[in-house]
Design a protein around this ligand. Structure first.
Ligand code: ZN
Length: 344
């Protein structure tokens, strides 16, 4: 059974002239309704993250600054991250969605998907960045560590952009393995996320980047993820799984130069279900409204109907992948770079 964590209040953080606006949730929710998917999943309201929850990740001065900036009417916190008078509260609700989704999985749901905004994976502990205010996933992870004494986490992030905030927060933490596939940082925001960024200190080897050349398509992604995700996940042995869900790698998306088609978002759901019994998914990017709504349906339906998706894609992607030589080279480079940590 899958649950969606959602609140209409997420639309109170909005700038209609910005690509990260409330229409993103409008199109997803109306597509889910029109396709009849809403009748087959549980839709649950998020709890507001407490100040204490936020403060496990972000320093008090930073949280106070966002609160007062919002209360004074909002505006631009940096060149591409806006706040409205409601943003402080709604960012807490977005972080709360990640916590609520985590609780749902602990209570027996196979998957819980937080359909929340503002997104979170670019937010570092002391800086808003890339449309993100608080790091929703990091807040949920620190909550799970403290409240439920859960130890080892695997994060898989397939947003087109490197989740630099999440990576940074856990960069020295060997209990949080962050795996990200994204467009090559030489060609896209935030300009980091190279293979050589592998974590540091005791976290060395627990930050695994898969930067993909512009134009990479579903077959390139399937090829490299099949070779990396299952063995690394198996060797790491996480207690809890997070998926950072971004739809901006779609070929129609205005903010990336990747060439994924709709089928990737169904395939990755089936792949994750082979890797883990349960997971929390958190919405990040995705800015072409048509692709965003279609691909959400594909992914959510795959999660809802586990077996069908798995069987279909096992056959579909077994043979005959047409993969670029550059993708093969990058796999080899990752395999070599991570050989002290994981057998690939
Ligand atoms: Zn993105």
């Amino acid at each position: 059974m899958i649950s969606l964590v959602y609140s209409e209040d997420y639309k109170k953080h909005d700038d209609p002239h910005h690509p990260e606006n409330k229409e993103r949730l409008n199109v997803i929710m109306s597509a889910l309704k029109n396709e009849g998917v809403l009748d087959e999943v549980d839709v649950i309201s998020p709890e507001l993250a407490s100040r204490e929850d936020i403060l496990r990740v972000h320093p008090k001065a930073h949280v106070d600054y966002i609160e007062s900036f919002s209360k004074k009417g909002g505006g631009y916190l940096d060149f591409d991250t806006y706040a409205t008078p409601d943003t402080y509260q709604i960012a807490r609700l977005s972080a709360g969605g990640a916590i609520t989704a985590s609780e749902l999985v602990l209570n027996g749901y196979k998957s819980a998907y937080s359909l929340a905004r503002p997104p979170g994976h670019h937010a570092t502990s002391n800086r808003v960045m890339g449309f993100c205010i608080f790091n929703n996933m990091a807040i949920a992870i620190e909550y799970l560590k403290e409240v439920h004494k859960i130890k080892k986490f695997l994060i898989f992030d397939f947003d087109a952009h490197y989740g630099n905030g999440t990576a940074d927060i856990f960069y020295q933490d060997h209990d949080v393995l962050y795996i990200s596939i994204h467009q090559d940082p030489r060609t896209i925001f935030p300009g980091t996320g190279y293979i050589r960024e592998i974590g540091s200190g005791s976290g060395e080897g627990y930050n695994l980047n898969i930067p993909m050349p512009p134009g990479s398509n579903t077959q390139d992604y399937v090829y490299i993820l099949q070779k990396i995700l299952p063995p690394v996940a198996q060797q790491f042995g996480a207690d809890f799984y997070f998926v950072d869900v971004g739809f901006d790698g779609h070929m129609d998306d205005p903010l990336s130069s990747l060439s994924l088609k709709d089928d990737f978002f169904e395939w990755i759901a089936t792949k994750m279900m082979e890797i883990t019994e349960s997971m929390v998914l958190i919405l990040e990017g995705g800015y072409d409204l048509n692709a965003l709504s279609r691909c959400n349906i594909r992914m959510i339906e795959a999660l809802k109907d586990n077996k069908k998706g798995t069987d279909y894609y096992k056959n579909y992607y077994k043979n005959d992948l047409k993969v670029s030589d550059e993708t093969k080279r990058r796999y080899k480079k990752i395999k070599d770079m991570f050989s002290p940590f994981f057998k690939l």
